[in-house]
Design a protein. Structure first.
Length: 366
């Protein structure tokens, strides 16, 4: 667990004493939400059934007590609830530093944290052909909207120089990018990945066929008018994985997603090295995703769209080995410019159902 700086404010004015502690806060301390939107729970566990409300970024809360990695806090409306320590910081504090990616429990991978040499090997998960059963997709071949990414060596991660160059971007701090170190070379098996993010119309076929609960922003089992080609959002990790399984696919690993975005040589953004706000839907004043593929310049060398912006995307890889958190990849309409980089890793609690999170699917080569 990474260290954080917490500041104790004595009664005498203009005095500020800062000490380094390990993920602890004192009763009465005011902390602030440091994610776009976070869940408040009735108990210190991550479950679909105990979400009582959500808070937006920079909302202040008062710490009442701590249990494990959870804080019991008093909300601005006077109610109490539980929030993960990962998404709370003191005023002026750095965003939670983010550590090394560790393997998912669902597949085998070997991504030790080493320098570029020697080459590391990443084994992608096997997906067996699905049987034709009631309520399940009968797709047994790859769809036309999938792209094959050739296996071989590829560059992922960032080096100190690349991270230092990011510090002038809004909202960026060096600790936020610790989980990208070091820049390294891996050996990745070939895989298929969706050219576009999964749309509302595609997800509705799944909902209708399986009677799976629809996303929170749908009404009477129908997505908002005029959004059939928009990426489906308000999707938890389990929701995304359920859809992927239904169509005979899976979620991409974080490494697969990054290579699909950066290419084998590790370019910074899907389209190249220079950030261009005009290329993508990110940090948007319009406040929502665009139809998939409509930002024609947000495209990687493999002709895969919306990897830089539109919505963040779930991956199959656990964040820091935490079973409740997965790595989110890509920027979003609500995100910061530095999140458009292929190397960026954002921790996402599996039960998040938010307006800026969607997904795309992948498939192993049998």
């Amino acid at each position: 667990m990474k260290q954080r700086f917490l500041c104790f404010l004595p009664l005498l004015p203009l005095m500020l004493v800062c000490v380094v502690i390990h993920q602890q806060a004192f009763a009465g301390q005011i902390l602030y939400v440091n994610n776009t939107q976070v869940n408040v729970r009735s108990a210190p566990t991550a479950a679909d059934t105990n979400i009582v409300t959500t808070l937006i970024k920079d909302t202040p809360v008062e710490v009442l007590s701590q249990k494990g990695s959870w804080y019991r806090v008093r909300l601005p409306n006077g109610n109490d609830g539980w929030i993960s320590e990962r998404v709370l910081v003191p005023r002026g504090g750095q965003q939670q530093s983010r550590g090394n990616i560790r393997p998912s429990e669902n597949f085998t991978e070997d991504v030790a944290i080493q320098e570029i040499s020697p080459i590391e090997s990443v084994v992608t998960p096997e997906i067996s052909p699905i049987e034709t059963t009631a309520g399940r997709s009968t797709i047994q071949t790859l769809e036309d909207d999938m792209v094959f990414v050739q296996g071989g060596t590829a560059i992922i991660g960032s080096d100190e120089g690349e991270i230092h160059a990011l510090l002038g971007m809004e909202g960026a701090s060096q600790d936020m990018f610790a989980d990208e170190l070091p820049r390294k070379q891996i050996n990745l098996q070939g895989f298929y990945i969706d050219r576009y993010e999964v749309t509302n119309a595609q997800y509705k076929k799944f909902v209708d066929a399986t009677r799976y609960p629809p996303p929170l922003n749908w009404e009477d089992g129908m997505y908002p008018l005029g959004t059939s080609k928009h990426p489906v959002t308000f999707i938890s990790w389990d929701d995304a994985q359920a859809y992927a399984t239904w169509v005979g696919k899976r979620l991409p690993t974080a490494e697969e997603w990054e290579v699909a975005s950066r290419g084998p040589h590790g370019q910074t953004y899907p389209w190249g090295e220079a950030f261009d706000m005009q290329k993508i839907n990110i940090y948007s004043a319009q406040g929502g995703p665009d139809p998939v593929g409509s930002n024609m310049d947000d495209v990687s060398k493999y002709k895969i769209y919306d990897l830089g912006g539109n919505v963040m995307e779930w991956t199959l890889t656990h964040y820091e080995g935490d079973k409740n958190f997965f790595i989110l990849k890509g920027g979003s309409w609500a995100g910061k410019p530095f999140e458009a980089r292929g190397a960026n890793n954002t921790p996402g609690e599996a039960v998040y159902q938010l307006s800026h999170i969607g997904f795309r699917c992948a498939k192993s080569v049998n």
